[in-house]
Design a protein around this ligand. Structure first.
Ligand SMILES: *Cc1c(COP(=O)(O)O)cnc(C)c1O
Length: 339
């Protein structure tokens, strides 16, 4: 039995999802003629109380297109120093949009309104990049699945608005935050100009992300998605998986969160563990004692059929998900205690 906890992207479609995909009505989505893609886009836009949505092959492309439609080369984007859009998208903000990233020194991937207010201050003249965009990540990936305080997000939105800055949410795992904090999609729809969401992470679809925004934003995004090579043809098979995920695999995220907390409790009691970061959703980040090489720890767990991942700086990450069964969970807890 292999227990793969490197990410919540490793899940495979369930039987019900495969059946929904097989039955999907499809067409050529580049011509806007795929009814299942259109249905997904309409449904998600409505769910968030926003005007329109657009289906993407990946979360990276959805974020990169969002950055592109909000900025011009030479502009500046504000994000946390741990942000995915800065650390993990291959430098795409610079490559695709020619944007400078202003990194804010937040806590577990989250900064405060006061920090943003300080960062946006200063002169605006020909010498400096134009402030244009604020990017938030919820839940935070490198921050261990941490969820933002919604009141703080409101304050940050106000500063963004007062300074004419676009406000984008990298919501790759937004549904984890919604379930953990009992928040609604509408709350987020009211706050942000654009939101990207991964359907292929905790929600369990095989491929796909979605970008939500105003009609005007999504029209621009459609053009840039084409330019980036992201126009897909009979994508309805994938959209059907996404619709199935939204219908059937959202509430169950609470189970991933419960398992993550139980893993955290066991790790807290292991003498070889130096520190476990707070666990709010489905990501566990922990550090082993200085006399153990984290890579060595990961290799030894791998030899037992348990796959974990290093996040750099001594961070070891475990991510719980749909395909992590109760049986696997018990085995993992035993192996962690034994190590
Ligand atoms: C996974 C992830 C993305 C996008 O990833 P893709 O692998 O391109 O779908 C974006 N932001 C965050 C925070 C992520 O965790």
């Amino acid at each position: 039995m292999e227990i793969n906890l490197i990410s919540d992207t490793v899940t495979k479609p369930t039987k019900g999802m495969l059946e929904a995909m097989m039955k999907a009505e499809v067409g050529d989505d580049v011509f806007g003629a795929d009814p299942t893609v259109n249905l997904l886009q309409e449904r998600v836009a409505k769910m968030f109380g926003m005007e329109a949505a657009l289906f993407f092959p990946s979360g990276t492309m959805a974020n990169q297109v969002a950055i592109k439609i909000h900025t011009q080369p030479g502009d500046k984007m504000f994000c946390d120093k741990w942000a995915h859009v800065y650390n993990y998208e291959g430098g795409g903000a610079a490559f695709n949009s020619g944007v400078t990233s202003h990194l804010i020194d937040g806590d577990r991937g989250m900064f405060t309104a006061d920090q943003l207010a300080k960062a946006v201050m200063g002169r605006a003249d020909i010498h400096v990049p134009y402030n244009r965009l604020v990017c938030i990540e919820n839940t935070t990936n490198k921050g261990g699945g941490a969820c933002w305080d919604f009141e703080e997000l409101k304050r940050i939105q106000k500063i963004s608005k007062d300074n004419n800055l676009a406000f984008h949410l990298d919501g790759a795992r937004l549904f984890n935050a919604l379930v953990a904090k009992n928040e609604t999609p509408q709350q987020y729809g009211e706050l942000f100009d654009t939101i990207s969401i991964c359907l292929s992470k905790g929600l369990g679809a095989p491929v796909g992300s979605i970008l939500i925004g105003t009609k005007e934003h999504i029209e621009k995004a459609l053009r840039v998605r084409k330019l980036f090579g992201g126009g897909m043809r009979q994508a309805g098979f994938l959209a059907a998986a996404a619709i199935y995920a939204l219908d059937n695999q959202v509430e169950r995220l609470a189970d991933d969160h419960k398992k993550a907390k139980e893993i955290g409790q066991v790790l807290e009691n292991c003498s070889y563990v130096k520190k476990v970061e707070p666990i709010e959703t489905n990501i566990i980040i922990f550090y082993v004692n200085d006399d153990i090489d984290p890579m060595d720890f990961i290799k030894k767990m791998e030899a037992k059929g348990i796959l974990l991942i290093s996040m750099g700086d001594g961070k070891i990450r475990i991510v719980t998900h749909l395909d992590f069964t109760d049986e696997m969970h018990q085995k993992l807890l035993e192996e962690l205690k034994l190590f």
